[in-house]
Structures are given as structure tokens and as C-alpha cells.
Design a protein around this ligand. Structure first.
Ligand SMILES: NC(=O)c1ccc[n+]([C@@H]2O[C@H](COP(=O)([O-])OP(=O)(O)OC[C@H]3O[C@@H](n4cnc5c(N)ncnc54)[C@H](O)[C@@H]3O)[C@@H](O)[C@H]2O)c1
Length: 348
């Protein structure tokens, strides 16, 4: 498949500055919460508010958004502007990719997870018949504008979720990225958000290097699934109650525990990573049923007959795809961790 092209990623301080640069006739899809917090977004153009729920990514809801676009007179040259987190991104990018066989879209990511991760990579995904992210493709925006003012209104859970996602990048990258993350995430969790722009830059830099090598996620980019197989399975088992990045932070712990058991990762590195990951996920309740997590893991695209395909760490900076037999250490780990009528038992 051909490379789908480059797009600029620009950083601005204020929402007013970010909105000033948008075309007057843009069609704006905006997270309803963001619109409530930043009502000036609506000042000069019409906006469609989208509630940030997985239901918004359903086939039916996508039809409603497409209808609204057509009714509003969107043409092939109209720019769709998405302002929000991953949900609004997926809704806007998917609609833009199929309407008139593709119209331009611009993304203003508004939470930490979307600014540090999902705003680059070009993936579009919607849910279908109860399956998450089943339909989609690769459709890059024409521009990404990261606005720092948005970080000031994020809830503690949004900050933790973004940090969980960034954690998996820095463990993949290596020791110095991990050390910097340790310092800056600690500050962010104690209320000082001034280090977040540096973490966002670091995270996007790590992701961009890999996206350049493997834009369409055919091979090397799969290391970014570190913490995600268990994370996605826990999100699904929780009915998407647990924020994505918080599930990833906990998924990193489970993947590392398994890697220790398989003799791949030393206990010392496991402990060092867990010290950081726990600061992110410890406030979350993981009251989940092990059999529901296993059912979700069995649907993972990386599996092959008879074994789970899991991205596991051998050290900080050395992460690889490994195959682990069904009905073995994965099931034992999950039973140990989550047994007891869905009550959470911390690892270790
Ligand atoms: N396309 C991709 O590359 C990609 C990558 C990762 C995740 N995703 C998808 O994204 C979704 C998860 O994304 P998410 O975690 O960003 O969730 P989300 O879009 O639901 O946002 C999380 C919360 O942040 C709030 N929020 C956003 N900006 C805010 C602001 N400035 N101030 C206050 N609150 C704000 C939202 O209202 C919401 O409650 C999932 O559906 C996932 O599949 C897509």
C-alpha cells in the first residue's frame, strides 16, 4: 500500500488561537463536554456536539452524523474539524473517509490520550454489531493542532488515562525515556501539569518513528500493543467503564507478570515498571471476572491457533511478540489476579 502522506502537527497555547486558523465553512464535530467548557468554539461556525461514548461510534450513530453533514451542505472540499478525544476522532475521521469517497479533516485533540497518542497514526475505527473497532481504515488528517489550554480542564481520570498510554511508549523506547516519564508523570499526578507538553512531545516522537517505518500496522508497529491485549480485554470485560489508558497501565503489569513467569523479564525490571504503573491505575476498581477477560483475549487479532500472540517485555527497551499456549500461564495469572467473584486482588 502506498504511503498516505505527511501532515503537519502544530502546537498552540489557546483555544482561540487554534480556532482562528480553521476555515469559516468547516463542519465542526466537537465533544459535547468540550463544547460546554469552551463555548467560544461555537462562536463563528456551526458545530455538532458528540457525546464521548462508545455508542457514538456505532454504525447507527455514524449514519446520523453523516446525515447531519449532508443536510448541512458539506461538499467534497469542506473540511471536517474534529475537536475531542479518541471517540470524536474516530467518528469524524471515519465519516470524512467515506463521504464522497473522502473529504479533508483536521484534528484538534483535546485530552491527554489523543494529544500524546491517537492524533497521529491515521487509524479510523467504529464499532459494529457489538464488536469494537471492527470497521475502519487509515485516513490521515490534513493537519493536527495540539492546544495546551485543553489540558487545564481535564479530570484526574483523563490525566491518568493519558499517562497510562504514554507509559507504554516510554517502556518500549528505553531507559532514558522511562526515567523522564517517571519524573514528569509524578509531577502531573500531584497536580503540576506543566510537564505534560514535554511528555506529549516525547510520546509523539516515539510513535512517529514507528509509524514512518510501518504506517499500515503490518509488522514492527505491533510492539505498540504492549499492555494492550490485557488492557483491551479488561476494558471489554468492564463494559468500557475503565478508561483506555488506565486499563493499559494495568495491562502492562499483567503482561510483565506473565513475562517474569515465562523467564523473559527479570523481577527487578518488573518491579521498577510496576512502581510507576501503579501510581496510574491504583485508584481504579478492577472488579472483573477472569473468564470474561479470557473470552476477550481469545478474540485478539495477534493470536494463532492454540496460542495467544502477546507483546511482552524482556527489558525496558526490549519488547517483542511472543506466543503463549492457551490453557496455561495466561489463564492461571488471570485466575490468581481476579478470582473471588470479580473482586480485585492486587498483583504481588
Ligand atoms: N483512531 C485511533 O488511532 C485511536 C487510538 C486510540 C483510541 N482510539 C479510540 O478512542 C476512544 C478512547 O479515546 P479517549 O480515551 O480519548 O476517550 P474519549 O474521547 O471518550 O475522551 C475521554 C474523556 O475526555 C473528555 N475530554 C476530552 N477533552 C477534554 C477537555 N479538554 N476537558 C475536559 N474533558 C475532556 C471527554 O469528554 C471524555 O469524557 C476509544 O473508542 C478508542 O477505540 C482511537
Amino acid at each position: 500500500m502506498a504511503n498516505s502522506g505527511e501532515y503537519p502537527v502544530q502546537t498552540v497555547d489557546s483555544v482561540a488561537e487554534a480556532c482562528d486558523g480553521l476555515p469559516d465553512d468547516a463542519f465542526v464535530l466537537v465533544d459535547s463536554t468540550v463544547l460546554r467548557l469552551y463555548p467560544t468554539i461555537e462562536a463563528h461556525r456551526s458545530c455538532l456536539g458528540v457525546d464521548a461514548t462508545e455508542e457514538a461510534k456505532s454504525f447507527d450513530q455514524i449514519g446520523t452524523v453523516l446525515q447531519a453533514m449532508i443536510s448541512a451542505g458539506v461538499r467534497r472540499s469542506t473540511v471536517v474539524v474534529a475537536i475531542g478525544g479518541g471517540i470524536v476522532q474516530d467518528v469524524a475521521s471515519f465519516c470524512a473517509s467515506i463521504l464522497y469517497r473522502g473529504i479533508p479533516w483536521t484534528f484538534l485533540p483535546s485530552n491527554l490520550l489523543s494529544q500524546a497518542d491517537s492524533c497521529i497514526g491515521s487509524k479510523t475505527s467504529i464499532n459494529f454489531r457489538g464488536y469494537k473497532n471492527l470497521l475502519g481504515g487509515f485516513y490521515p488528517p490534513n493537519r493536527v493542532v495540539i492546544c495546551q489550554e485543553f489540558l487545564t480542564t481535564l479530570s484526574d481520570a483523563d490525566i491518568r488515562s493519558g499517562l497510562g498510554e504514554i507509559l507504554h511508549y516510554v517502556v518500549i523506547e528505553g531507559e532514558s525515556a522511562f526515567a523522564r516519564f517517571q519524573a514528569l508523570s509524578g509531577r502531573a499526578l500531584s497536580g503540576d501539569r506543566s510537564g505534560l507538553p514535554e511528555l506529549i512531545g516525547q510520546s509523539l516522537g516515539i510513535k512517529a518513528k514507528m509509524v514512518e517505518i510501518d504506517e499500515f500496522d503490518r509488522g514492527p508497529r505491533r510492539v505498540f500493543n504492549y499492555g494492550h491485549s490485557f488492557g483491551h480485554a479488561m476494558e471489554a470485560a468492564s463494559g468500557y467503564r475503565i478508561p483506555h489508558g488506565i486499563a493499559v497501565a494495568k495491562g502492562i503489569d499483567l503482561a510483565n507478570e506473565l513475562a517474569v513467569e515465562l523467564g523473559l523479564l527479570c523481577r527487578e525490571d518488573n518491579e521498577r515498571i510496576r512502581k510507576v504503573s501503579q501510581t496510574i491505575h491504583k485508584v481504579e476498581s478492577f472488579e472483573l471476572k477472569p473468564e470474561e477477560i479470557i473470552a476477550a483475549l481469545l478474540r485478539d487479532k495477534k493470536n494463532k491457533p492454540g496460542s495467544y500472540g502477546l507483546i511482552l517485555a524482556r527489558a525496558i527497551g526490549d519488547i517483542r511478540l511472543e506466543y503463549v499456549d492457551f490453557d496455561g500461564p495466561v489463564e492461571r495469572l488471570l485466575q490468581r489476579e481476579f478470582a473471588g467473584s470479580g473482586r480485585h486482588q492486587p498483583i504481588g
